[in-house]
Design a protein around this ligand. Structure first.
Ligand code: SF4
Length: 70
């Protein structure tokens, strides 16, 4: 069993500050409307992603832990 994090960005809250893409550039991207979204549906747990969620000025990022069979 492998643990993953499922990332979500609340598009109604995101103000496009770019804090998440600067902190965890491999895990978040800004689209043309300057709204962030996860680069991948599931990521491996990492301190960068945790920091990005913590640093988001509007708390738009949520992390849910999931377990996947391999
Ligand atoms: S840090 Fe938060 S507000 Fe800024 S771009 Fe990322 S999700 Fe949006």
């Amino acid at each position: 069993m492998t643990r993953y994090w499922r990332l979500d960005v609340d598009q109604d809250r995101c103000i496009g500050s770019g804090q998440c893409t600067a902190t965890a550039p491999g895990s978040f991207e800004l689209d043309d409307d300057r709204l962030a979204h996860p680069s991948e549906a599931l990521v491996e747990p990492s301190e960068d992603v945790r920091s990005a969620a913590h640093l988001c000025p509007v708390a738009a990022i949520t992390i849910d832990e999931v377990a996947a069979e391999h």
